[in-house]
Structure formats: structure tokens, C-alpha cells
Design a binder for this molecule. Structure first.
Ligand code: NAP
Length: 276
């Protein structure tokens, strides 16, 4: 049976699948192969970035899958050198050329890079790109509430999506709550990392009770709460396993037990200090 992820509505009207394929750190050749197998297994969301250097491979994989382009949701992101109104347009055009596509479904500012203090300009550029129809949805990645406050205040436009590092060891409660309050869909990167998390007894016990894998339990803890996620796997078997997590139903007690594993934010990359 082929599973296809349900979608969540985004504020600018697009529908985004709840679970997709991450593609870092694949090169073009691996991305082309993995994106094709994932789409053949039912995936309809693919996550790439200028920084991964694999947009050509991702575009090739979408083409090779034979699934109509309109049925696949493609996300990409741009680096800090493009943080200006014109720069965002140039970054978008460059990505479209590499992907071989006429539009992207979601374009993200990859990191806020507050040291150069130009993410508000980048956001203004994204708002214009959306108005011009080059992107179906616009968003941010690694933005904290104080970064989001600034771009919303400057433009009156909130992102469709904020993609952040989120998993049971980094539950990101305050950013998730801020996103919810502002109609922003939260998306989780590195959802099943670190690998040691998948051996946590709380997770393995719940997995055993459901006859599921630890990765499936963690992914369902994310998606059952309306958070989008993009686990990366180069293995067609694990790609299918990850997509099939959507068939699980965790109880509220199980969701709460996993949320209680939170270790705070000190151990994750601080987007006020790091970015590219
Ligand atoms: N916005 C950002 O700043 C940012 C940062 C990092 C990542 N991302 C995006 O988020 C995506 C996901 O994050 P990530 O790649 O860092 O981490 P991840 O998806 O949480 O974990 C990937 C690792 O888990 C393994 N894996 C996959 N499925 C598994 C399963 N069912 N059981 C056990 N292991 C499994 C993969 O190995 P195999 O490939 O061998 O299966 C790989 O080693 C990236 O690919 C990228 O698209 C965004």
C-alpha cells in the first residue's frame, strides 16, 4: 500500500504535505536517485537548499519520478549573501534554474544571520516574490520569536512556515507556540537525530507497544501535533518506514511522555550566533 501524507493549509493558500524527504547531505547523483524512489513510494514533499549543492539532483529526481510537477511540493532555501530585496529575487531565479522548475512551492531564508542584520530586507524580497507568483509560499528557517517579530512588524506579513531544529530532545516549545499564535506552520529539521535519541527507553517502549520503530514514533510525535517534518533517508526501505509513521496513533499520555524528554535549547545550534 502506498501512503501519501495528508496536507496542512498554509497562510498564503498552499497545501503542504505533513511529511517529506530531507536531502542534506546528498550530492546531485544521490539526491536524484533518492528523490525519485521517495516520490515513487508516495512522498510529495522534498526539502533542499542552495547550501546543500544538490538542487539539480533534486529537480532531476522530481522529473524522473514521472509524477506531475504540480503534485510535488518543493522547498528550497537561500544563504546570507542574498539578504536583500534584489538578492532574494536573484537567489530564487538561481534556484529555479538549478532545479529546472518554473516556481518553487516554498522558499525559505535559511538562517537569520543577525550579525549582518539584513534578514528583514530578505523577507521584504520574499513578500515581493510571492506577489509576483515565483513562489507559492514563503518562510523562514531557524528564526526565533524575536526575529519573527521584526519581519512581521516591518511587512505585516507572517511566514507560511518556520523550519527549525525540533525533536524530543529539543521540543522548542516557545518558538512552536509563537508560530501557532501567528498562523505559521512549524516544520522540524533533524527530527530523528541524534541517533542515541532513538535508543531512549521512553521511545523504545512506546515503539514496542505499537509494533513500530523508534524513528516512526518520533516522527508521529511530530506530525500528530500538526508539525511538518522532513526526515532524510538514502534507503528506500527507511523512506517507506518513515512515511508509514503517519499510520500510527499515539495517545495523549504517550505524546506527553515524549515531550517530557526535552533537554532545552543549550545543546542545539544557536541561530543568533551561527548561520550561512
Ligand atoms: N533548515 C536547516 O537549517 C536544516 C538543517 C539541517 C537539516 N535540514 C533539513 O532537514 C532534513 C533532515 O534533517 P537531518 O538530515 O539532519 O536529520 P534526520 O532526518 O533527523 O536524520 C537523518 C539520519 O537518520 C537516518 N535515518 C533515516 N531514517 C531512519 C530510520 N527510520 N531509522 C533509523 N535511522 C534513520 C539517516 O540514515 P540513512 O540515510 O542511511 O537512512 C540519517 O543518518 C535534512 O536532510 C535537510 O533537508 C535543515
Amino acid at each position: 500500500m502506498t501512503t501519501t501524507a495528508p496536507t496542512v493549509p498554509l497562510s498564503h493558500g498552499a497545501q503542504m504535505p505533513l511529511l517529506g524527504l530531507g536531502t542534506a547531505p546528498m550530492d546531485d547523483a544521490e539526491a536524484a536517485e533518492c528523490v525519485r524512489t521517495a516520490i515513487e513510494s508516495g512522498y510529495r514533499l522534498v526539502d533542499t537548499a542552495e547550501n546543500y549543492g544538490n538542487e539539480r539532483g533534486v529537480g532531476q529526481g522530481v522529473l524522473d519520478s514521472g509524477v506531475p510537477r504540480a503534485e510535488v511540493f518543493v522547498t528550497t532555501k537561500f544563504n546570507k549573501r542574498w539578504h536583500s530585496v534584489d538578492g532574494a529575487r536573484q537567489a530564487c531565479e538561481n534556484s529555479l534554474e538549478r532545479l529546472g522548475l518554473e516556481y518553487v512551492d516554498l522558499l525559505l531564508i535559511h538562517w537569520p544571520n543577525p550579525d549582518q542584520d539584513r534578514y528583514v530586507d530578505a523577507w521584504q524580497g520574499l513578500v515581493r516574490l510571492h506577489e509576483d507568483g515565483l513562489v507559492r509560499a514563503i518562510g523562514t528557517s531557524n528564526f526565533k520569536p524575536h526575529h519573527l517579530d521584526r519581519i512581521i512588524e516591518a511587512t505585516g506579513v507572517a511566514p507560511d512556515v518556520n523550519q527549525i531544529n525540533l525533536n524530543p530532545y529539543a521540543t522548542r516549545t516557545s518558538t512552536h507556540a509563537y508560530d501557532d499564535e501567528h498562523g505559521i506552520v512549524t516544520e522540524a529539521w533533524s527530527p530523528i537525530k541524534p541517533a542515541a535519541m532513538l535508543r531512549d527507553p521512553v521511545i523504545t517502549q512506546i515503539a514496542e507497544q505499537h509494533g513500530a520503530s523508534p524513528a516512526q514514533v518520533v516522527l508521529r510525535w511530530i506530525t500528530q501535533r500538526g508539525i511538518v517534518t522532513v526526515p532524510k533517508s538514502a534507503s528506500p526501505e527507511r523512506q517507506r518506514e518513515n512515511l508509514a509513521s503517519l499510520e500510527l496513533r499515539l495517545s495523549q499520555d504517550e505524546l506527553d511522555a515524549i515531550s517530557a524528554l526535552d533537554r532545552g535549547e543549550d545543546h542545539i545550534t544557536d541561530s543568533d550566533r551561527f548561520g550561512h
